[in-house]
Design a protein around this ligand. Sequence first.
Ligand SMILES: Nc1ncnc2c1ncn2[C@@H]1O[C@H](COP(=O)(O)OP(=O)(O)OP(=O)(O)O)[C@@H](O)[C@H]1O
Length: 215
Amino acid sequence: MIEVSQVTVRYGALTAVSDVSFTVPPGFVLAVSGPSGAGKTSLLWAIAGAVPVAKGQVEIDGLVIANRPAAAKHGVVLIPQGNGLARVLTARENLSIPLLAENKPGPDVDRRIQQALEGVGLADSGGHLVEELSGGEQQRVAVARGIAQQGRVILADESTSELDSSNRERVLDLLHEEARRGAAVVIATHDPNVAERADGHVLMDEGHLSWLRRL
Ligand SMILES: Nc1ncnc2c1ncn2[C@@H]1O[C@H](COP(=O)(O)OP(=O)(O)OP(=O)(O)O)[C@@H](O)[C@H]1O
């Protein structure tokens, strides 16, 4: 359960997120849309503990999120805009890093990595360096890395922006599958098709949030 209560995010004098409140229960997918610069990424980062909140608080299953390491430990997975992959490592190595940080090496980790790569249609690309992959393939590796972590919360920031329609549907299927597994999922997107498939839809505009379709 994600509980965002009166959250404000500021960068110096600029208010990127202004007094935003909403809840996403486990099992639901919420789409966040809005114009460029509206505060979508800042909102996701606040939920992920990756930017400090100037006011308000984020709780995940009742735990107040203080910073990124605490959020990650509590199962808050961020699939960042721009993918955040290490380009000189292989796809498989990129997936293994957060799992090794959980201290869970072994066959279970290898299976999760392979399943996640299969899920995004890249079962045979695990040994390729990220820099050898296309932009869309890199985006799918980033999604696979997020899925493999089996988080309580999945925050996907424009994770289908470089995909053709069949891969977009494949990635959306996976994110909805994560919700069915019990995760609370938030997707920032400019794509009306992505928002349409979500259980609920909010609009960010100049840091303010309004509901277009309630969960
Ligand atoms: N690290 C930062 N330092 C200063 N200002 C920032 C920082 N990150 C974002 N901003 C500003 O905060 C505002 C909201 O940015 P944000 O990236 O959250 O918007 P967005 O809705 O995700 O945009 P896009 O759709 O283009 O990704 C913008 O005015 C942006 O320039």
